[in-house]
Design a protein around this ligand. Structure first.
Ligand code: UN1
Length: 496
């Protein structure tokens, strides 16, 4: 299924045949390749190499570093269709979303190229005569990137393009579920390196491995920054371990994203927003809409309209004309069924959520998206289940809606549909949504790369992608220069 594609993308067959770790496509559950899992020692060797590459790369002028990313963006444009298709095959995304993910990579390349001429610091007024102060930003070193199956290529690109433009080297450990897209990214990046000419060897490396490989990155003191995307459970381990050696981390963990749907809202827009955010990527985005907090006066109407839309959603092979592809694997399907059973136990009324196409694909897990009308924000609603389940809660007054929005452990994305300016502004105010992303009349998912991406509380607090997220990939240095013939001390101290 993938040989021709991987060949076109420049991945040698030796990288994905005769390995010790099978790779399955969620489309039909079949094994499509096998890769070699690397040992801890191999990861350490790659960190050594990256460290050496960093020594040279940090001295290359940033706009020249940007040129490498410009070339990478060109390569991605050229291979967008192939890489998008590989994302569909390996992660199960529908074609539109596979292509969208590659577009997100191209967008962050463009952003990073511009950034390569804008790594600005401040100049600061000194209290001492004949002195000036400034802030400079320097590269950090080797950046470790750990990414998840659901955005197998874009999240790496967010991190790597910024890290490289900032003068760092990168070692990437993708999810064991999606090594082929990672091999393809590496092959494409190597095309850009070749066109660039003189980048140091080992500047951006890939590690195909399991938990051991991740641990090697997390524990190595030569990796000053670890950017990790995945479950809150994973982040709970990674964060403290990196902190214990005084490393930094960017954590991008679970979300439990809500929409407040107010009585003044444009319901046509809202229903479309719900559909894309709740059902897109088969509910496997960290930004997926998981909770609908709807005003009681419109709840029945909205639920009826969403159910009608859900009933029409085409489910099946993500490369065909469908809107919902498969779940990534069986554990994911089981977790969804467990959550639906718990929702019923907690007093919920469940619609949908059944397995689909089982006869055609006995080893793949297609489901109809589920809606669970809940009497309260009970335990199952507060937990992130990485599947298309939309919990519906009714509210009577706006304060209650805000409280429900915030009363979960996670804090990634949120949105409100309203035409009431007061509600919209309040939602985005200091006493409104407590999430890293708070949208008005737009769903919770599908953020552009230009903004900082990430969230609060159990989401981990990290910010990646746009705005000034680049600062996390650099170290700040405060410089004071004395151009006078005196040596005055700060705070007026006399020390004669
Ligand atoms: C993720 O699910 O890990 O905002 C990232 C979005 C995408 C990124 C999601 N741009 O839905």
């Amino acid at each position: 299924m993938v040989d021709g594609l991987l060949d076109r993308l420049g991945v040698p067959a030796s990288a994905y045949t005769h390995g010790n770790h099978p790779v399955h496509t969620p489309i039909d559950g079949s094994a499509i390749a096998s890769v070699h899992l690397e040992s801890k020692a191999q990861v350490v060797a790659k960190i050594d190499k990256a460290e050496q590459a960093f020594q040279a790369w940090r001295n290359v002028p940033a706009p020249r570093r940007g040129e490498l990313i410009r070339l990478f963006g060109e390569v991605l444009r050229q291979y967008k269709a192939d890489l998008g298709e590989l994302v569909s095959i390996e992660a199960g995304k529908i074609t539109q979303e596979g292509l969208g993910e590659v577009q997100e990579m191209i967008d962050i390349c463009d952003f990073a190229v511009g950034l390569s001429r804008q790594l600005y610091g401040l100049t600061i007024a000194s209290e001492r005569p004949g002195h000036h102060m400034r802030e400079t930003w320097h590269p950090l070193g080797v950046v470790g990137v750990i990414s998840a199956f659901n955005f197998p290529v874009a999240v790496w690109a967010w991190n790597t393009t910024l890290a490289l433009v900032c003068g760092n080297a990168v070692v990437w450990k993708p999810s064991e579920k999606t090594p082929l897209t990672a091999l393809a990214c590496q092959a494409l990046f190597e095309k850009a390196l070749k066109a660039f000419g003189d980048a140091p060897d080992g500047l951006s490396q890939l590690v195909i491995g399991d938990r051991d490989a991740g641990e090697a990155l997390v524990d190595d003191p030569r990796v000053p920054l670890v950017s990790a995307t995945g479950s809150t459970r994973m982040g709970r381990e990674v964060g403290p371990r990196v902190a214990a050696r005084f490393g930094r981390s960017i954590l991008e963990l679970g979300g439990n994203n809500a929409m407040i749907l107010a009585p003044s809202a444009d319901l046509d827009l809202a229903v479309r927003g719900i559909l894309f955010s709740a059902v897109g990527t088969a509910g496997q985005r960290c930004t997926t809409l998981r909770r609908l907090i709807v005003h009681r006066s419109i709840k029945d109407e909205v639920v009826a309209r969403v159910k009608a839309a859900y009933a029409k959603v085409r489910i099946g092979d993500p490369r065909k004309d469908n809107l919902v592809g498969p779940l990534i694997d069986k554990p994911s399907f089981n977790a969804m069924q467990d959550a639906l059973a718990r929702a019923r136990d907690e007093g919920g009324q469940v619609f949908g959520g059944e397995r689909q196409l089982q006869e055609q694909y006995p080893n793949a897990y297609y489901v109809s998206p589920a809606i669970a009308e809940m009497p309260a924000q009970s335990a199952v609603v507060r937990h992130e289940t990485f599947a298309p389940i939309l919990y519906v809660l009714a509210y009577d007054d706006f304060e209650e809606a805000l409280r429900l929005n915030n009363e979960v452990p996670q804090g990634l994305s949120s949105c409100i549909f309203t035409t009431d300016l007061r509600e919209a502004e309040r939602f985005q105010s200091a006493s409104g949504s407590d999430c890293g992303i708070a949208n008005v009349n737009i769903g919770t998912s599908g953020a552009e790369i230009g903004g900082a991406f990430g969230g609060e509380k159990e989401t981990g607090g990290g910010r990646e992608s746009g705005s000034d997220s680049w600062k996390a990939y650099m170290r700040r240095q405060t410089n004071t220069v004395n151009y006078s013939r005196e040596l005055p001390l700060a705070q007026g101290i006399v020390f004669d």
